[in-house]
Design a protein around this ligand. Structure first.
Ligand SMILES: NC(=O)c1ccc[n+]([C@@H]2O[C@H](COP(=O)([O-])OP(=O)(O)OC[C@H]3O[C@@H](n4cnc5c(N)ncnc54)[C@H](O)[C@@H]3O)[C@@H](O)[C@H]2O)c1
Ligand SMILES: N[C@@H](CCO)C(=O)O
Length: 362
């Protein structure tokens, strides 16, 4: 049975949930999937870095409160995240990037992904920044190095939107996408409709693990803007930059407007869309809309999200499922790991693991 050694970059909600899946369900998954997973490195801005090329014992890390975790005093640990050294030098097969999304320039996650691919390591990430802002270049780099770059969790967490389009839509022309693609804003709009105020609704979304570290991106639509770019670039063959996508969030909608609309049978939703025209150009936008109850997206509530694909032969195909959540997004990473295994299990040119130089051990 094969085994993949992982380096986890960022140890917040999502990568901790992946570590839990591996720690608690690893044996069952190995039997079912035909490969096992082992974590050999973890880095985190707050906790530092931890390296054990024989496999990190995850149980004590998962038993600690997230905010209290420090690797500094552990064997193989350091207070410094040392991302570049860990990514480039530790002999992992796959780098799992789940640090903060930066909608402006994608950094430092973009560098994390680039260092990993340059080092001949596969990458899976839930981070929208590198995918939306540099997806084409990173895919090119991955292909050049013979490794995979997987990012299912960058759109609708673990709900398989990108892989459905990539694997199941052969022979179809996709002419547009429209959807509710942010769990936090959708949850917040629902809670405001129920009478909760905005700050309390944001706090709930943070507690539930839906919101970005800085929820401004959820509220102002930037998170959806990145997701629309990813969908347009991956599915409609576009090459959109952020400034190409009009973006308005939900911050200007008052609680009165939300409740007044509900009384009239309308639901405010933050809708992202992209349309491909006959000449191949693609228009994309993010804006709140008051949808009538009969609209297919009106009933998508809470952290549930949906993406409708408009196609030539099937009409509209809608994929619906969780749009956010720690475990749901960890599943996206697991689905990426499975995709990497399926693509590379038979590689006879698979990169060999370099040996970590003793002098570099901490
Ligand atoms: N939570 C979700 O529902 C969800 C869904 C889809 C995608 N995502 C994306 O997944 C990523 C992780 O989400 P999360 O919910 O775990 O966020 P989080 O804020 O809980 O965790 C991020 C972690 O990354 C660490 N970090 C930040 N910068 C770092 C750096 N330079 N080096 C090392 N560590 C660093 C932070 O200390 C934190 O522990 C984000 O990019 C987010 O946009 C999250
Ligand atoms: N903050 C994002 C996480 C998923 O990308 C959301 O609420 O949808």
């Amino acid at each position: 049975m094969g085994r993949y050694d992982l380096a986890l970059i960022g140890f917040g909600g999502v990568n901790r949930a992946l570590a839990e899946l591996i720690s608690h369900g690893g044996e069952r998954l190995a039997k079912e999937l035909g490969f096992s997973l082992r974590v050999v490195a973890i880095t985190d801005l707050r906790a530092g870095s931890l390296v054990d090329t024989d496999g990190i014992d995850l149980a004590p890390l998962l038993a600690a409160e997230p905010g209290e975790l420090s690797f500094a005093d552990l064997s193989g640990g350091s207070a410094d995240p040392r991302n570049e050294w860990v990514i480039r030098e530790v002999p992992a097969d796959i780098v799992v990037e789940a640090t903060f999304t930066n909608p402006t320039d994608g950094e430092p996650a973009l560098s994390h992904v680039r260092w990993a691919l340059e080092s001949g390591k596969h990458v899976c990430t839930t981070n929208k920044g590198p995918v939306a802002l540099a997806g084409r270049a990173l895919k090119h780099l991955a292909a050049e190095r013979g490794v995979s770059f997987e990012f299912e969790g960058s759109v609708l967490s673990g709900t398989p939107v990108l892989r459905t389009a990539e694997r199941m839509f052969g022979g179809l022309q996709v002419t547009g996408v429209q959807g509710i693609m942010n769990g936090t804003s959708n949850y917040i709009l629902g809670r405001i409709e129920e009478g909760i105020d905005l700050p309390a609704a944001i706090a709930e979304a943070q507690e539930l693990g839906y919101a970005e570290a800085d929820p401004t991106a959820d509220i102002e639509g930037h998170d959806v803007q990145l997701k629309v770019m990813i969908l347009a670039n991956e599915v409609l063959g576009a090459d959109l930059r952020r400034e190409d996508v009009f973006c308005e969030g939900i911050s200007a909608i008052t609680p009165h407007e939300v409740r007044d609309a509900a009384a009239k049978g309308l639901r405010w939703k933050l809708v992202g869309s992209a349309t491909r025209h006959e000449d191949g150009s693609v228009d994309a936008r993010v804006a709140p809309l008051a949808l009538p109850a009969h609209h297919p997206l009106a009933g998508i509530s809470g952290p549930l999200n949906a993406v409708a694909f408009h196609t030539d032969l099937l009409g509209t195909v809608t994929v619906c499922g969780p749009g956010a959540g720690r475990i749901e997004t960890a599943y996206a990473l697991l689905s990426d790991l499975i995709a990497i295994h399926q693509r590379h299990a038979d590689d006879d040119t698979a990169p060999t693991r370099p040996v970590l130089q003793e002098t570099h051990r901490v």
